[in-house]
Design a binder for this molecule. Structure first.
Ligand SMILES: *[C@@H]1O[C@H](CO)[C@@H](O)[C@H](O)[C@H]1NC(C)=O
Ligand SMILES: *[C@@H]1O[C@H](CO)[C@@H](O)[C@H](O)[C@H]1NC(C)=O
Ligand SMILES: *[C@@H]1O[C@H](CO)[C@@H](O)[C@H](O)[C@H]1NC(C)=O
Ligand SMILES: *[C@@H]1O[C@H](CO)[C@@H](O)[C@H](O)[C@H]1NC(C)=O
Length: 529
């Protein structure tokens, strides 16, 4: 017999200790796709130069009127949101200029209107500053100081003994808007504020935000693991029963998983709730279209009715389920995630521009109820051809379909995902530059290029769309999904080595009796990302 060599033993040993991997090992981008990386970088540079010329220091460029808008505090959101992408792309001159600008932002200046969104400011500013701090080798502590300066203002959204924050803060007097919060506004702060605690040594930031998530996860829900959209910070109780993975709820679910991965916490509530939410969604919300057999995830409304609708925003979930399926080593979740990813891509493939709409609907074997207008003859004709129909036709530079496509590429290595990303780049270059304007605008109707433009270039065009596209065609070892967790604005945060398993307690959370505590008044507007 042969004795195993010491190297074999070491190999076995490191195998036994190796953490779970998310990316397909040995992945490489074939040479014929490599020019797409430069194409994504070129769109970024063109867009940023136009922003510099006509809007520098303001939140967003208006590419048709060659002007600007300040709706995110007026502190230069596009600059801070673009910084981590500059570092990923190696655009050092642009980064140094943006660093100089960011170092001088005074978050104590009162924004126009006074009030800012705690969620939007966290994911763009706190996330963008801290990610840039890490990606630039922790050489610029001013970035942490700036993140702390703005977070110290946002922290006033936690009032008295409330576990849940209010959604908006008036920077002139640090008082919140007293209104219900949605679970995305309460549950999408934990990655950024945990990271801020790590770099400042003040545990309060991480504690406030993770305790809010734990509180939500421990409440009784209409379906196991699936929190409804609205929560009242004053009572700490849910204020409706509407279940969706779309806007207003989306990144609460996203961060349950990502917080577990970023912190490697041994508190199982985060991973158990995520796993239960996915399980309930597969059992209750997963539908296929009667035409084309495409997979979609439906909503469930306050009356418990299934709404056969989908959205660009909700399309992030395929990527999130791919991440979680690998962390939990659950092939069922991975397979369903890939089907849902195909369903989302199908909304791009079917339109005249090759770009997907904001909202869509479908018909499945259990019906066609959408909670909205009945299907029109034109929509039915489109549905019969494509297996979905458009209910909001605009494209406002959202990333989610290409985000999930990026996860699909990095986890499977199937080059069809590279073809899809390349097709999106071609569509953006063809349809988004406004003939009488600069850079790239938003579209009124993805199925009718003649319907014209929306005069806006979003800050997440820089942070998300162009970074996901660039990384899709970059060396897969760069910003690997095994080394980084992306915040919901696509700012990469450095993760610790992965654990062997993210199985949590191994059990699902049981159903508890649920009664919402409705508050009066209209539903609050859903945050734009
Ligand atoms: C740094 O920012 C200041 C003020 O915003 C500006 O005057 C200066 O030109 C900038 N320097 C560089 C190198 O960009
Ligand atoms: C930690 O941060 C919180 C939130 O801004 C603040 O209230 C608290 O004073 C800070 N603690 C210390 C020790 O600086
Ligand atoms: C994988 O996930 C599916 C869907 O939630 C679930 O039914 C199944 O039990 C899971 N498998 C394991 C081994 O946990
Ligand atoms: C569902 O389909 C039926 C029959 O095609 C139609 O009459 C009805 O308006 C549709 N409902 C919705 C909500 O689209």
């Amino acid at each position: 017999m042969r004795l195993p060599s010491i190297l074999t033993l070491l190999g076995l040993c490191s195998y036994a200790l190796a953490g779970v991997t998310v990316q397909k090992p040995g992945l490489a981008v074939p040479a014929k796709y490599k020019s797409n990386r430069d194409a994504a970088e070129k769109i970024f540079v063109t867009s940023y130069n136009a922003y510099k010329e006509f809007a520098f220091g303001h939140d967003e460029l208006l590419p048709i009127s060659k002007s600007f808008e300040d709706d995110l505090g007026g502190w230069g959101a596009s600059i801070v949101d673009a910084m981590s992408t500059m570092l990923v792309m190696g655009l050092d001159d642009l980064f140094n200029e943006a660093l100089n600008f960011s170092s001088q932002i005074d978050f104590n200046t009162i924004p126009a209107g006074g009030t800012v969104s705690v969620f939007e400011t966290t994911i763009r500013f706190v996330g963008g500053l801290l990610s840039s701090y890490e990606l630039s080798g922790e050489q610029h502590p001013i970035l942490v100081q700036k993140a702390k300066q703005v977070a110290d203002k946002l922290a006033f959204s936690y009032v008295g003994d409330n576990v849940i924050n209010f959604g908006h803060i008036d920077f002139s007097d640090n008082t919140p808007d007293i209104a219900v919060t949605n679970i995305a506004e309460a549950g999408t702060l934990s990655l950024e504020w945990f990271t801020l605690s790590k770099f400042t040594g003040n545990a309060t930031y991480g504690d406030l935000t993770s305790k809010a998530v734990e509180h939500i996860a421990n409440l009784a829900t209409p379906l196991p693991g699936l929190a409804p959209q609205l929560i009242d910070p004053t009572s700490g109780q849910f204020a409706d029963a509407y279940i969706t993975w779309g806007g207003g709820s989306d990144s609460y679910f996203e961060y349950l998983l990502k917080y577990a991965r970023l912190t490697n916490t041994n508190n199982n509530i985060f991973i158990d709730t995520w796993k239960t939410a996915v399980d309930s969604s597969i059992k209750n919300l997963l539908k296929t279209s009667t035409v084309g057999n495409h997979a979609y995830l439906a909503d469930r409304d306050d009356q418990g009715l299934i709404r056969h609708i989908g959205s660009h925003l909700a399309c992030f979930l395929a990527g999130n389920w791919l991440l979680g399926g690998h962390l939990l080593k659950n092939q069922t979740i991975i397979n369903i995630a890939l089907e849902l990813n195909d369903g989302c891509w199908n909304t791009y493939a079917g339109t005249a521009t090759g770009i997907g709409p904001e909202d869509f609907a479908f018909i499945s074997s259990d019906g066609n109820f959408t909670g909205g207008d009945a299907i029109t003859a034109d929509q039915l004709a489109f549905y019969n051809q494509h297996g979905y129909y458009i209910t909001s036709s605009d494209y406002i530079q959202r990333p989610e379909v290409l985000e999930s496509n990026f996860y699909a590429w990095r986890t499977t290595g199937d080059t069809k995902y590279l073809d899809r990303a390349a097709a999106a780049i071609a569509s953006f270059n063809k349809f988004l530059p406004p003939p009488d304007g600069v850079a790239f605008a938003c579209l009124n109707d993805v199925n009718d290029p003649a319907a014209g433009f929306i005069d806006l270039m979003e800050s997440f065009w820089f942070a998300e769309v162009l970074k996901y596209l660039y990384l899709t065609f970059d060396d897969p070892g760069h910003i690997s999904l095994d080394d980084y967790v992306f915040n919901t604005e696509c700012h990469p945060l450095k993760a610790p080595p992965a654990l062997n398993s993210y199985a949590g307690s191994g059990t699902l959370i049981p159903q508890k009796p649920f009664t919402p505590h409705p508050v009066g008044g209209p539903r609050p507007a859903i945050s734009p990302i």
